[in-house]
Design a protein around this ligand. Structure first.
Ligand code: SAM
Length: 227
């Protein structure tokens, strides 16, 4: 049976270059590598998992699909899933918090010399991921945002290179804030609503807390072009 992906993972898959040698860190069921191999879009994949349950599930799915020659399932923490001799060129990390993604990249950054493209899909704290990229010789080449089942997901695509992002770009994403897609507007309108509500709860004498929230509100209004 052909592997089907969620809209979120399909969007991640769309940024994987044709013919890639892909490492998927935190692969869970190995759906992403299976989908790409079945479609003939990648040459080879390593599905890495640090937890036994998801690792066994990935292994079972790859075996059942008889794709063991094209997908290696490895139980490993982060980038320990591959070595330089595997000659991998593309890395995906999807469905985790932004801080965890940044920590995984930091812990294994020596391995990234041969990786030409990172495709990262943090569930939150996207600014932490952009900061890590900026501080470690990567530049964003694309960003995307989508909505699925009432949740909004950002995808960050980076390659080796330098970039300088302002605090605003780290938070909103340089490509996303230029595109101003309906999902992006929706995401930040919701954030704005939450902050306005939060501000109402903060007593007037807590000046510093109020100022911090007011600054965030101002930044969002600027990006949304509302006064
Ligand atoms: N990548 C899939 C997706 O986007 O649908 C699965 C996301 S799932 C929520 C996160 C997976 O990452 C879990 O299976 C978890 O065990 C795995 N994980 C978390 N930390 C990891 C690490 N340091 N190394 C490898 N896998 C990790």
């Amino acid at each position: 049976m052909e592997t089907r992906l969620s809209k979120r993972l399909e969007a991640v898959a769309s940024f994987v270059p044709k013919g890639a040698r892909l490492v998927d860190v935190g692969s869970d069921h190995a759906y992403l590598p299976l989908f790409l191999v079945e479609k003939g879009r990648i040459e080879y994949a390593i599905a890495g998992e640090v937890v036994q349950g998801p690792y066994l599930s990935a292994l079972k799915n790859v075996q059942e699909a008889q794709q063991g020659e094209k997908i290696a399932v490895r139980m490993a923490n982060g980038l320990a899933a591959f070595t330089l001799s595997d000659k991998m060129d593309t890395l995906t990390i999807a469905g985790m918090g932004g801080r965890l993604i940044a920590d995984i990249l930091e812990a294994g950054k020596d391995k990234l010399v041969g990786i030409q493209r990172l495709i990262l899909q943090p569930n939150n704290r996207e600014d932490d991921v952009r900061s890590w990229l900026m501080s470690n010789g990567f530049q964003l080449v694309a960003e995307s945002i989508l909505e699925e089942s009432g949740k909004r997901y950002e995808i960050l695509v980076a390659e080796h290179g330098q970039m300088e992002l302002s605090a605003q770009e780290l938070r909103f994403g340089p490509f996303l804030q230029a595109d101003r897609s309906p999902v992006f507007i929706q995401k930040w309108e919701r954030e704005l609503g939450k902050l306005v509500h939060a501000l109402e709860q903060v007593p007037l004498d807590r000046q510093a807390d109020r100022a911090a929230i007011l600054q965030k509100i101002k930044d969002i209004k600027e990006v949304l072009h509302v006064s």
